[in-house]
Write a protein that binds this ligand. Structure first.
Ligand SMILES: [Zn+2]
Ligand SMILES: [Zn+2]
Length: 291
């Protein structure tokens, strides 16, 4: 029995992939975070990082995975048509997402993304077993002993935040969302409460967000300074600065990391390939199969 809870970062960049010589240290792939929890594989978002994760799974098939979407902006879905294990019979992918404001399900939106002339092969070509589930933000999802809590975020077109709980360990995945001007978002405070790991949309700096020349107010993203406020209020152990702006090169992000860690010790920058351990206390008698 696998008794570990680990968090793996496959894509940490917001908006658009940005490979290049100035982004090699943090990475250029768009959002995808994998949590391996007691042998279960939970994946958050299907940005281009999902393609990289998929390639790493090719030697481990058949696989079972639970894939949670925050929402269906391109940067969070674009890797899905390139998730190779999805095309292979014998694999099982459980897919979760909320109904969009236009009434469409996550299945419809993944399907639409792959329609001609946008993509050469339709979703129906995928030979793995795909199961779709509608997330109702506010309602929890259970996968054996794993409890996944959900809440609505503040983002154009809506988005869902997640918190994974397992035997005393908790990791929250909060992107994409914009903070409120006058108070902390109660939904996020709830998901982040005493979390071991808080992954938070810190696309901008406060200076960029409030820039008189090009303000980012109303764009649906937050700042690292707001991430620090949230982490302090929620008593988070490790704050992870995430969903980096494509315009922020490695040196810029180094600088953000230093400032954020000085403001809140235990803050780290999300980086492709980074793996975090979430401490858990699993009773000796508990076991379920590794998948
Ligand atoms: Zn995004
Ligand atoms: Zn978005």
């Amino acid at each position: 029995m696998e008794k570990k809870f680990t968090v793996h970062f496959w894509g940490v960049r917001g908006s658009i992939p940005c490979p290049g010589t100035n982004t090699v240290r943090y990475g250029g792939n768009t959002p995808c975070v994998e949590m391996r929890v007691g042998g279960k594989r939970l994946i958050f978002d299907g940005g281009t990082g999902l393609h990289v994760l998929g390639q790493s799974l090719m030697s481990k098939m058949p696989i079972e995975a639970h894939l949670f979407f925050t929402h269906s902006h391109w940067d969070h879905m674009q890797g899905f048509p390139f998730f190779t294990p999805g095309f292979v019979k014998g694999n099982s992918i459980h897919i979760y997402g909320a109904i969009a404001p236009d009434g469409s399900t996550v299945e419809q939106r993944l399907n639409d993304q792959m329609l001609h002339p946008n993509f050469p092969v339709p979703l129906q070509i995928m030979q793995s077993n795909l199961d779709f589930y509608d997330v109702k933000p506010g309602n929890p999802i259970y996968i054996n002993e794993i409890k996944v809590e959900t809440a609505p975020l503040n983002h154009p077109g809506e988005a869902v935040g997640y918190r994974v709980n397992w035997y005393g360990g908790a990791a929250a995945y909060i992107t994409d969302t914009e903070h409120f001007p006058d108070k902390l978002d109660e939904n996020i405070l709830y998901l982040a409460r005493n979390a071991d790991v808080l992954i938070y949309d810190s696309t901008y700096t406060d200076e960029e967000y409030n820039s008189p020349r090009s303000p980012k107010i109303g764009w649906g993203h937050s700042t690292w300074q707001e991430a620090v406020k949230m982490a302090k209020a929620a008593n988070v152990k490790t704050l992870v600065i995430y969903h980096h702006d494509p315009a922020h090169d490695d040196d810029f992000l180094d600088n953000v990391g230093e400032q954020a860690a000085a403001e809140y010790p235990g803050t780290i920058m999300a980086r492709e390939g980074m793996i975090l351990d979430v401490p858990v206390s699993v009773p000796l008698s508990e076991s379920f199969p590794v998948s």
